[in-house]
Design a protein around this ligand. Structure first.
Ligand code: NAG
Ligand code: NAG
Ligand code: NAG
Ligand code: NAG
Ligand code: NAG
Length: 293
């Protein structure tokens, strides 16, 4: 091969390389990386870092305050007309939730949420490390709320109620731990015969974090449209709260916005990308059995 030929083939290969590079460069200008990133986000792939992070969320701190009645005796003997209360707290707990994926397809994911998967007392963030062992005086809310439930009942039930509760005091002096987690009174099982739907443990936190079935089915994937990412299809297999069935019937008869229909609202863990300030969102509030916007 002459040296002239060699220069020619070098030139040709250089030119080809240059053209390929230019084409690739120009092509790359037309790829919208942000758009690719968003598409990847809404695909919500199994075991992606984004999904794994979401599984163990949300987490935060719960601070509880209790109220100590400081004049129970004077109130009972008629000296004081009003209860005096003293705020006790905070009593702090670390809370970590868990979103457990039950099934996933390319356009929807079904998961069970346990908002209180890990619930740990934090002594250093509380007002005192032994706060749970401190004693406070609280009204006997079991007695009071049972009495309120019975208020309109026939005479003989009320009569029975009085017989059972005559020895129950109106105030209880117990530890904070007792009121939060283990609030029972001896007559509770007897009361259960007369008061419907009474629970055996009235502990305030015990009831607040009792596991509830929270199963969401939400839209994911590019085919649903990125603006529908994580929009709820069903909650506990329904598109409305079962407790609110009467409202749903009424809502279907009118065009008014009704906060009890769930489809198209959000579960409050993810929202579609590219939201603007003006976008209206409905969020499912499981505590109050309605949606908020
Ligand atoms: C609650 O009030 C009672 C009566 O005043 C008092 O003896 C008790 O120490 C108080 N408890 C706390 C935790 O401050
Ligand atoms: C009511 O109880 C308070 C506190 O125990 C006491 O100081 C007061 O003398 C009592 N009053 C009457 C009328 O018994
Ligand atoms: C609270 O009381 C229980 C039972 O008496 C005891 O085992 C526990 O160590 C106490 N906790 C604190 C923080 O004092
Ligand atoms: C209430 O207390 C009195 C005296 O302590 C006792 O004789 C009575 O049997 C008790 N009643 C109930 C229903 O426990
Ligand atoms: C929800 O519906 C699906 C299909 O209709 C059914 O297979 C599943 O058992 C239901 N789940 C519950 C909790 O009712």
């Amino acid at each position: 091969m002459s040296s002239r030929d060699c220069i020619l083939c070098k030139l040709i290969s250089l030119t080809i390389t240059a053209v390929v590079c230019s084409v690739l460069f120009l092509a790359s200008l037309h790829i919208n990386y942000q758009w690719e990133f968003i598409k990847e986000h809404v695909r919500f792939r199994r075991n992606s870092p984004q999904q794994n992070e979401w599984t163990h969320s949300p987490h935060g701190m719960l601070r509880v305050y209790m109220f100590n009645v400081t004049n129970a005796e004077s109130f009972l003997n008629g000296t004081d007309l009003r209860l005096k209360i003293q705020q006790i707290g905070p009593i702090a707990y670390h809370v970590t939730g868990l979103n457990e994926i039950l099934s996933q397809t390319s356009d929807s994911v079904t998961f069970r949420r346990n908002p209180h998967n890990i619930f740990e007392f934090d002594p250093s963030a509380s007002s005192s490390p032994d706060i749970l062992n401190q004693t406070i005086i609280m009204p006997n809310i079991i007695l009071l709320s049972s009495a309120a439930k019975l208020h309109d009942w026939v005479f003989f039930v009320r009569h029975a109620f009085n017989a059972i509760t005559i020895n129950e005091s109106a105030f209880l002096k117990e530890t904070i731990n007792y009121f939060l987690w283990d609030f029972t009174i001896p007559t509770l099982s007897l009361l259960a015969h007369y008061v419907p739907n009474i629970v055996s443990n009235c502990g305030l936190l015990y009831n607040a974090i009792r596991p509830k079935e929270l199963i969401y089915n939400v839209k994911i994937g590019v085919d649903n449209g990125i603006e529908n990412f994580f929009r709820v299809n069903t909650f506990n297999n329904k598109t409305y709260f079962p407790q609110q069935r009467a409202f749903v019937k009424r809502a279907k008869k009118s065009d008014e916005y009704c906060p009890v229909i769930l489809d198209n609202s959000f579960d409050n863990s993810f929202f579609p990308p590219l939201l603007t300030r003006e976008t209206e969102l409905n969020i499912i509030a499981t505590e109050s059995c309605r949606t908020l916007n």
